[in-house]
Design a protein around this ligand. Structure first.
Ligand code: SF4
Length: 403
């Protein structure tokens, strides 16, 4: 009899926690209303050199940012050997990846004119102009060669920066030349991120900036071969804001820490984008609101952020939309003192756990049931700790001599 009662109680709880009660209606993702100037991004501002006309002009117009930015300028710097987490092997690997990314930056707009395959005389006229086929080919190709996910969206004005804020075209207005955008995510290694904010995190993020960039560059070159214009947007060479494109391409939403939250890897991805005038079938925007609801209650990233750069309150109305806004000055200052791009928030996020059967089941229940969503936050604290420990660097990454 007792067994039957216990089974009934367990069954009732099971039903209660697995019923499709989403309860996240008010957590709609809202795209931005205005375009932003790339010069206002902290990673563009760091390139302003004190004493130059560009520096003086920027801080005359934005005096409130100068003290915080100069504080970061006077810190050791990203990947600097005087930084807190300096580690020779992983720092050198990240520098090597960034050198390669900088070299590849020359290829984002292609070399030479786009192939003319659209004329009657072209040998390639037999190519079918079929948006579904093009999209399917791209998805199969890139996901079959290491990309995590590929999504397609119409290119919207708000995806684009208003002006270039760095590089040779600094100050130039960005004109919307294409009508489609393709977002490409690549996964970041779970173990490498577990040691964040130490050297493996910046090594891994540089690795995946490089990998996502290679996917975008080869795709843009392929599109040009077929006679359509295409631009690759890769690390250091963006005209678009990649997470905004990725959301509209159906790949996720933007959570508390301001990063793309994918359904299976959470924020543990890097993104590159290709914009083009190739006709493409597009994906539906990700309509899931449960991740934002989970973020509303979770706050784990905010509580572990070593820079206190992630807000721990509810979403606020910022520039006309409800969202969380990180304090990028505080975050970047931590980067310049630690020497890495941190990643502690990514490493502790409950959505970052490995994409295995167990965590897939948990994610399914989080998505489908309001009560389980609240319970899962507690369970994550019980299993992993409210402030999960930072794992030591993997032994293979240590190239220093024994003391
Ligand atoms: S740690 Fe929690 S609050 Fe932060 S992004 Fe992940 S789910 Fe959202």
């Amino acid at each position: 009899m007792l067994l039957i009662i216990l089974l009934c109680i367990a069954g009732a709880f099971g039903i209660l926690f697995l019923l499709p009660l989403k309860g996240a209606r008010s957590f709609r993702y809202q795209p931005p209303v205005h375009r932003v100037h790339e010069a206002d991004a902290v990673l563009s501002r760091r390139l302003l050199e004190p004493g130059t006309a560009a520096y003086n002009s920027y801080y005359q117009q934005n005096p409130q940012l100068r003290i915080a930015d100069d504080r970061s300028r006077n810190s050791p710097g990203l990947l600097n050997e005087k930084a807190q987490y300096y580690d020779p092997g992983t720092f050198a690997a990240a520098l090597a990846n960034f050198q390669l990314i900088e070299f590849l930056g020359a290829l984002t707009h292609g070399q030479g004119p786009v192939k003319d395959n659209q004329t009657e005389t072209s040998q390639k006229k037999q190519i079918r102009t079929d948006p579904d086929r093009y999209a399917r080919f791209i998805k199969k190709w890139l996901e079959g060669t290491g990309a995590h996910k590929v999504g397609f969206t119409p290119l919207h004005d708000y995806h684009l920066y208003s002006h270039k804020g760095r590089g040779k075209r600094i100050g130039e207005a960005i004109v919307k030349e294409h009508n489609h955008a393709i977002a490409i995510t690549v996964g970041m290694n779970h173990r490498m991120m577990q040691s964040a904010p130490q050297g493996t995190s910046v090594m891994e993020s540089s690795e995946q900036y490089l990998n996502s960039g290679i996917h975008a560059l080869k795709l843009a070159a392929w599109i040009r071969e077929l006679g359509y214009a295409a631009t690759a947007h890769i690390d250091g060479n963006y005209e678009v804001i990649c997470p905004l494109v990725a959301v509209d391409a159906g790949l996720g939403t933007i959570g508390r820490m301001g990063l793309l939250m994918t359904p299976d890897l959470g924020p543990r991805v890097r993104i590159a984008v290709v914009t083009t005038n190739m006709p493409l079938a597009v994906n539906k925007e990700n309509s899931d609101r449960t991740t934002l609801h989970f973020c509303h209650h979770c706050k784990k990233c905010a509580s572990v952020c070593p820079a206190a750069a992630i807000p721990d309150g509810p979403r606020a109305n910022i520039d006309g939309v409800d969202r969380w806004k990180i304090n990028s000055e505080k975050g970047y200052h931590f980067w310049t003192t630690s020497g890495t791009d941190c990643g502690r928030c990514i490493s502790v996020c409950p959505y970052s756990h490995p994409d295995d059967s167990f965590h897939r089941l948990i994610r399914w229940a989080i998505k489908n049931n309001l009560l389980f969503r609240r319970l899962a936050i507690k369970l994550d604290d019980i299993f992993y700790g409210p402030r999960p420990a930072i794992k030591s660097l993997p032994s293979w990454s240590d190239i220093r001599e024994e003391p």
